[in-house]
Design a protein around this ligand. Structure first.
Ligand code: 1HA
Length: 270
């Protein structure tokens, strides 16, 4: 793969090749913990990916073999949020979680090493997770004075069931890759040196499929869990498809031509 850097960032690396975007959290000195700037850069990259017609699948990973992401950078945790250069306390990873969920393209988490705390929730928000054999999963919130009871609770419960999700949150234990596979938290476990290759293989298999079918399936999975926000996404996709029909165009054209629309010419399917 010839990865092309899409844009230079400080805390992340955003590349693309052959229809795949690769976003790497690049703070290995803190096990890829995120600060507000890291998240802002990821949000910008994911917004670009959303609009980039050449990209069909995203791989999200951490720099190095030791960690996918260790959550919020505790050194900059202030009063009410994580504080960046602008001195504003933020929990902007919540915006990123929604963006990953709403992205009309699958996101694959490629996890080597620790996916912990807010970093664990990030992989939970991704559509698929490929784990290296050295991957370690867990929540730490109640240990370090935090919790993510949004997607961190609801999606995790969907994946592993409520009893297990409560265990994960209440006991803050760490789980290895095989345990994660067993509880449905990840899709596959591969040797560390095959993580890259395997993630790309999964991405390529998805890329061979119908983009709109994949997009609508992702929206439907979200609608099943995300309430009105999930329904909005699925309904938005329905509107996108409807706009492509002659029936919808008749409505617009009639308005512009100041005439009554003639919807009678369109048949009704069973
Ligand atoms: O809960 C939320 C949120 C909830 C709602 C809304 C928004 C949220 C946003 C974020 C979060 C959270 O993420 S809370 C949870 C925060 N994260 C953690 O509690 C994990 C902290 N880290 C660890 O438990 C461990 O470092 C580790 C299991 C990931 C790795 O252990 P290891 O391999 O033994 O390495 P370690 O020596 O601990 O770490 C290497 C270096 O990385 C250390 O720095 P050094 O001593 O070399 O100067 C360590 O301090 C640093 N580091 C690791 N994780 C973080 C970190 N520095 C800052 N923040 C970190 N998260």
């Amino acid at each position: 793969m010839q990865w092309e850097r899409v844009k230079e960032y400080t805390d992340i690396i955003y590349e693309r090749a052959e229809g795949i975007a690769r976003v790497t959290i690049n703070r290995p000195e803190v096990r890829n913990a995120f600060r507000p700037e890291t998240v802002a850069e990821m949000i910008e990259a994911f917004q670009h990916i959303r609009d980039d017609a050449s990209t069909g699948v995203v791989i999200l990973r951490g720099q190095g073999d030791l960690a996918f992401c260790s959550g919020g950078d505790q050194r900059v945790r202030g009063h009410g949020g994580y504080v960046g250069g602008d001195q504003i306390p933020r929990l902007n990873v919540l915006d990123l979680q929604r963006l990953i969920r709403q992205l009309p393209k699958p996101v694959i988490a490629a996890v080597a090493g620790y996916a912990i705390g807010g970093g664990h929730v990030l992989h939970v928000c991704c559509d698929l997770t490929i784990a290296a054999e050295n991957a370690v999963f867990g929540q730490t919130g109640p240990k370090v004075g935090s919790f993510d009871a949004g997607y961190g609770m609801a999606l995790l419960s969907r994946l592993v069931g409520q009893k297990k999700a409560k265990e994960i949150w209440f006991l803050c234990r760490q789980y290895n890759a095989q345990e994660a596979l067993q509880m449905g938290l990840v899709n596959a476990v591969v040797p560390l040196d095959r993580l890259e290759e395997e993630s790309i293989q999964w991405a390529k298999e998805i890329l061979e499929k119908s983009p709109i079918a994949i997009r609508l399936l992702k929206a439907a999975f979200n609608a099943d869990t995300d309430g009105a926000a999930g329904l909005q996404q699925l309904a938005g996709d329905a509107t996108m498809l409807f706009y492509m029909t002659d029936e919808a165009k008749e409505g617009k054209n009639a308005f512009l031509e100041k005439r009554k629309p003639d919807f009678g010419k369109f048949g009704r399917l069973p």
